[in-house]
Design a protein around this ligand. Structure first.
Ligand SMILES: Cc1cc2nc3c(=O)[nH]c(=O)nc-3n(C[C@H](O)[C@H](O)[C@H](O)COP(=O)(O)OP(=O)(O)OC[C@H]3O[C@@H](n4cnc5c(N)ncnc54)[C@H](O)[C@@H]3O)c2cc1C
Length: 496
C-alpha cells in the first residue's frame, strides 16, 4: 500500500486546464465593457470578498476577473462573450461548497460567482419558493418560514442551493420526501447560446431530468422553483459520545439501517480522528421530523452511552441550519473528500471502520505537520421518484429501494498545509480501493457515488449507469452542441 505523495493532481490545479492569463484578461475587458458594475479585477474589494467566501482554502484560486451577475440577462450576456472568446476557460460558483479545487473557481480564466443573484420569493398564496441560484439555504429557510413554509434543502445554512440541487440534495425531510432535486418544479437556465429557457415537466423535460443529477453540464441555472411544504419544527442535533461508545454506535447505526424503515428519521454517524490530539471521537447528527413521535427508529442510536454532549433540541428548520453553520465557518482549512456506497449488512460498517482505524493514524503520522483530522461518515440515501413524480438522472429505478438498503460513506481529510494535499489524495484513493474491495468481498458494493461528495478523481456520472450517462450526454449535445460546458469549463464532472 502506498501513502506517499505522488504527483497526479497538480496538472489539474496549475497546468493544462487553464487558459493563458493574457487571453482571459482581454475577455475580462470585454466583460467589463458589457457588465461594468458586475466585473471585478484582482485589486477590487468585491474580488477579494468573493475569494474569501470560499469555505475551503484549496478553492481560493485567482481568476483574471470575477463576474457577479445580478440577473439571468447578465448571465446570458457573460456566456455570450465567453463563448465567442476563443476558448477562455471559466468556472461557475454557487455557494462554493464543493471541495474539489477547480470545480467552482479557476486560476487565470473567469469565474462567474452567482452570489449577487440571491433573491428568494414566496408568492402570496403560492406553494412554490422561487430561489435565485446564488442564494444560500439559510436565506431560503428564513424567507419560506415567514409564510409558514419550508422546502427540501441543505442541513447547514451556509451551503449553496445550486450545486446541492443539481447534484441531488439530501435534506432533513429526504427519508419522507426523497431527493431535494425532485422537489424542483422548474429550472430557469441560461444555455451556452445565451438563450434563457425554463425546464420543467412540460417544457424541455429532457433538460429538466438532466439537471437533477447532471449538475453543470448543460447551462447555468439562474433560478430554482421549489415545491414548498408546511413548516414544522424538527427535533434533533448533535450527540458527541465517549470513544468507548464507537462500536456500540456503529452497531446501533447498522440496526437502524437494517430495521423497519422510518420516514421521519434522518442524519448520519461520524467517527473523527484528530491526529494532533490522538483521539477518535464518535458523533451522531440525527433529526426526527415528527417530534411528537420521537425518537422512532433513532432510539437505539440516541441511547448509546457514554455520551459527552447532547445538543438535541426541537426547533424550526432555520434554527437547526443556523446553529450548524456556526460550527463550520470558524476556521477555514483544506479539505478533500471522496465517497462510495454499499448495501447494509451486519458486518460491513464495522469492517470499514476497523480498516480505517488501522490505516488512518499511519497516514496522518506521515503528514503530522499538516495537523490532519480524518472522518468517516455513514448515512442513508433518499428514495428515487415514484408515483408519477418526474424522473431525475441519478440512475435508480422506481422499483429500487436505496432508502432502505443503501448506505453512502464519506471519507474526509481536513488539514492545514498545502504540501500534504497530494499525499492525502493518494491515501484517499488507496483507502477507497481497500474499502471497495471489502464491500465486494461481502457482495455489498453498490455502483452509486453521490456526486455532491465525490472526489475529482471519481466518476459519479458513470455511477448512474452507462445508459443514464449516455442519455445525459445526448441532452448535453442537444442543448450545448458546441460543447462549451464540456471544453471551456474545466471544473466539474464531465460527460465527454
Ligand atoms: C458544510 C457542508 C454541508 C453540506 N451539507 C449537505 C447536505 O445536508 N446534504 C447534501 O446533499 N449535501 C450537502 N453538502 C454537499 C453539497 O451538496 C455540495 O457541496 C454542493 O456542491 C453545494 O452546493 P454549492 O452551490 O455550494 O456548490 P458549488 O461549489 O458552488 O458548485 C458545485 C458545482 O455546481 C456547479 N454550479 C454551481 N452553481 C451552478 C449553477 N447556477 N448552474 C450550474 N452549475 C452550477 C459548479 O460549477 C460546481 O461544479 C454539504 C457540503 C458542505 C461543505
Amino acid at each position: 500500500m502506498r501513502f506517499s505523495a505522488i504527483a497526479s493532481f497538480s496538472w489539474f490545479l496549475f497546468g493544462a486546464a487553464f487558459a493563458s492569463g493574457e487571453e482571459s484578461r482581454s475577455t475580462c475587458d470585454e466583460l467589463a465593457f458589457i457588465l461594468p458594475n458586475s466585473t471585478f479585477y484582482p485589486e477590487a474589494p468585491a474580488y477579494n470578498a468573493s475569494i474569501s467566501s470560499y469555505p475551503f482554502l484549496q478553492l481560493r484560486l485567482h481568476p483574471s476577473c470575477i463576474i457577479r451577475p445580478k440577473s439571468a440577462r447578465d448571465v446570458s450576456q457573460a456566456i455570450s462573450v465567453l463563448k465567442d472568446s476563443n476558448c477562455t476557460r471559466f468556472a461557475v460558483k454557487g455557494g462554493g461548497h464543493n471541495a474539489n479545487a477547480g470545480f467552482n473557481n479557476i486560476q487565470n480564466g473567469v469565474t462567474i460567482d452567482m452570489q449577487s443573484l440571491n433573491d428568494v420569493e414566496v408568492a402570496r398564496g403560492d406553494k412554490v419558493v422561487r430561489v435565485s441560484a446564488g442564494a444560500l439555504w439559510q436565506k431560503v429557510y428564513d424567507t419560506a418560514e415567514k409564510r409558514n413554509l419550508t422546502v427540501l434543502g441543505g442541513r447547514i445554512g451556509v451551503v449553496g442551493t445550486a450545486g446541492f440541487l443539481t447534484g441531488g440534495g439530501i435534506s432533513f425531510f429526504s427519508p419522507e420526501h426523497g431527493w431535494a432535486c425532485d422537489a424542483v418544479v422548474n429550472f430557469e437556465v441560461v444555455l451556452a447560446s445565451g438563450e434563457i429557457v425554463n425546464a420543467n415537466a412540460t417544457s424541455q423535460p429532457d433538460l429538466y431530468a438532466a439537471l437533477k443529477g447532471g449538475q453543470s453540464n448543460f447551462g447555468i441555472v439562474t433560478r430554482f422553483d421549489l415545491k414548498a411544504f408546511p413548516a414544522t419544527t424538527i427535533w434533533g442535533g448533535r450527540t458527541v459520545y465517549h470513544p468507548n461508545a464507537t462500536i456500540p454506535l456503529l452497531t446501533a447505526f447498522t440496526e437502524f439501517k437494517s430495521g423497519e424503515y422510518d420516514p421521519y428519521a434522518a442524519g448520519w454517524v461520524t467517527v473523527r480522528y484528530n491526529h494532533t490530539a490522538a483521539t477518535f471521537n464518535p458523533v451522531s447528527i440525527m433529526w426526527y421530523t415528527k417530534p411528537a413521535q420521537k425518537p422512532g427508529a433513532l432510539k437505539s442510536i440516541l441511547e448509546v452511552k457514554p455520551q459527552i454532549m447532547n445538543g438535541r433540541v426541537e426547533a424550526p428548520v432555520s434554527e437547526h441550519t443556523r446553529n450548524a453553520s456556526r460550527m463550520v465557518v470558524a476556521d477555514p482549512k483544506r479539505t478533500i473528500w471522496a465517497t462510495t456506497s454499499f448495501s447494509i449488512s451486519p458486518t460491513i460498517v464495522h469492517r470499514i471502520h476497523a480498516l480505517w482505524k488501522e490505516v488512518v493514524p499511519e497516514v496522518a503520522k506521515q503528514y503530522a505537520y499538516a495537523k490532519p483530522v480524518a472522518e468517516i461518515t455513514f448515512q442513508a440515501l433518499p428514495a428515487p421518484p415514484r408515483n408519477g413524480t418526474s424522473p431525475n438522472s441519478l440512475g435508480f429505478t422506481a422499483a429500487e429501494t436505496p432508502e432502505k438498503d443503501l448506505v453512502f460513506l464519506q471519507i474526509i481529510f481536513t488539514f492545514d498545509d498545502e504540501a500534504a494535499t497530494e499525499g492525502f489524495e493518494e491515501a484517499l484513493k488507496d483507502f477507497l480501493k481497500l474499502i471497495e474491495g471489502l464491500a465486494k468481498d461481502e457482495g455489498v458494493l453498490h455502483r452509486y457515488k453521490y456526486l455532491n461528495f465525490a472526489a475529482s478523481f471519481q466518476d459519479p456520472l458513470a455511477s448512474y449507469g452507462q445508459e443514464q450517462k449516455d442519455t445525459l450526454r445526448e441532452v448535453a449535445e442537444k442543448y450545448d452542441p458546441e460543447g462549451v460546458f464540456q471544453k471551456q469549463v474545466p471544473g466539474g464532472f464531465k460527460l465527454f
